[in-house]
Design a binder for this molecule. Structure first.
Ligand SMILES: C[S@@+](CC[C@H](N)C(=O)[O-])C[C@H]1O[C@@H](n2cnc3c(N)ncnc32)[C@H](O)[C@@H]1O
Length: 432
């Protein structure tokens, strides 16, 4: 194609369908395409540019954009990028997957970090409990007529399992660069990768057109906080395409649980013990401890939570396991805008059954792959997976037998974070 004809070729530019904006507490605007790839800052001129693209998605000459923006917005805006900035911005936005271009020459710079990192994928595929449970679940439901959609395929494990179990066809969607390994892995395994049997979309699921008559949707979109990868919005959007169709979803549900535990042995034990004692009488302590109290009163330690890698013998329960709630994933329904109606909204009371030297709250989850096959993130459970960790919430108080605590919980507005506050006698002692 000559230079001349390239210049006047019309390129269709659409915003990624999964693009979401959020106004931060600092007044800035942040955006994300999917929960698994995180949030990024949107400068005012980028927002202007994106607004323009929303209204004018056919572009013949990028050089004309700044003048068109000025005209269209009646000179009301002062953050208008110049010609050079427009070109760079467009490349960056296409590269980041924020803008989807119809021109094949403009391509995404696929993520190499996060799930694009081979070591992260290795953590998942080396988790035998998880892999074998998925294999068994797929075996229960697939036939040689099955057309399987694998949402968030990673290295292609679940697609490969489906093909090896005789599925007629698999359509895999994976947004990161790791997808480049899928076909070479399949070839090594002797699995068919022709378009008749296997189709790979290396982009975000919100931007994929699906034309095949899907019979099964399989996915594993869970982090240590089961919602952090956006499993609810992602599967809800996928489900919205198949309304009225008979589709089997693996998994079909995720449930969330709460426990109070005593750590016996763990590298973070000293931090937990010190945190529990923060409210203790500070008159009888030495200088080092006084410093710790002073620091604790100034550092923001009010909302601490972190994934804690635990072995089953590292801890004991101090109270009965408390089931907090569950959401369907087959697909997730649109819940009421009234947060209090969400199945993961509520409050529960827990009574401590044993005295203890230290105390920690943990949140963990169980994924229901089928009616009979489950996997969980709690190492004391029989269905525990190896690569997930419970979320720990240290408590700013040492509690005793018969003490009652209350947990109030809900999902974040975007349904991609489990949030809770923990109280003792109405005093907040932990939070996420
Ligand atoms: C937890 S990993 C599981 C990978 C693989 N299915 C497995 O079981 O080994 C989730 C994968 O989904 C991808 N992913 C998450 N959300 C996605 C989306 N909306 N569209 C495409 N890929 C997505 C991530 O990049 C990641 O590789």
């Amino acid at each position: 194609m000559s230079k001349q004809s390239t210049k006047y070729q019309t390129t269709k530019l659409n915003l990624a369908r999964g693009l979401r904006f959020r106004i931060g507490e600092d007044g800035n605007i942040y955006a994300s395409i999917s929960s698994s790839s995180g949030e990024f800052y949107i400068a005012p001129e980028v927002l202007t540019f994106l607004c323009f693209l929303t209204d004018n998605n056919k572009v013949t000459d990028i050089d004309l954009i700044p003048n068109k923006i000025k005209k269209q917005y009646n000179n009301l805006l002062n953050n208008i990028p110049n010609k050079e900035e427009c070109k760079e911005l467009l490349n960056d936005l296409i590269g980041a997957g924020v803008v989807i271009s119809s021109n094949a020459e403009n391509s995404r710079h696929l993520h190499e970090d996060g799930f694009g990192d081979p070591w992260i994928q290795w953590a998942m595929i080396s988790d035998n409990m998880r892999s074998n449970a998925y294999f068994a679940a797929l075996k229960q439901v697939l036939t040689n007529h099955s057309i399987v959609l694998d949402v968030g395929a990673g290295t292609g494990l679940l697609s490969a399992q489906a093909l090896s179990l005789g599925a007629k066809k698999v359509i895999a969607i994976e947004e990161t660069k790791i997808a480049e390994n899928i076909k070479p892995i399949f070839t090594k395994l002797g699995l068919e990768t022709s378009a008749k049997n296997f189709i790979l979309h290396n982009t975000n699921s919100f931007d994929v057109e699906i034309n095949e008559p899907i019979t099964n949707v399989v996915s594993e979109l869970f982090g240590n906080d089961p919602f952090q990868e956006g499993v609810i919005p992602t599967l809800r959007e996928i489900g919205s395409r198949f309304v009225g169709k008979q589709i089997t979803y693996i998994p079909n549900k995720v449930s969330v649980f709460f426990n109070l535990i005593e750590l016996n042995n763990h590298p973070v034990l000293h931090r937990i013990k010190a945190f529990n004692k923060l409210k203790a009488d500070s008159n009888k302590i030495n200088f080092t401890e006084k410093f710790m109290h002073a620091a604790a009163s100034k550092l923001d330690l009010n909302s601490i939570s972190f994934p804690i890698a635990l072995n089953a013998n590292d801890f004991k329960y101090l109270a009965k396991t408390c089931a907090l709630g569950a959401t369907r994933l087959d697909p997730p329904p649109v819940y009421s805008s009234d947060l209090t109606k969400h199945p993961l909204y509520g409050k529960k009371e827990i009574i401590i059954e044993e005295d203890c030297d230290n105390i920690l709250a943990i949140i963990w989850f169980r994924v229901h792959l089928t009616q009979s096959i489950t996997i969980s993130s709690n190492p004391k459970e029989e269905d525990a997976c190896e690569h997930w960790s419970p979320i720990a919430i240290p408590l700013k108080k040492l509690l005793n037998k018969q003490n009652k605590i209350e947990i109030k919980y809900q999902l974040s507005e975007q349904e991609n974070l489990f949030c809770c506050d923990i109280y003792h006698n109405e005093e907040k002692i932990g939070s996420r």
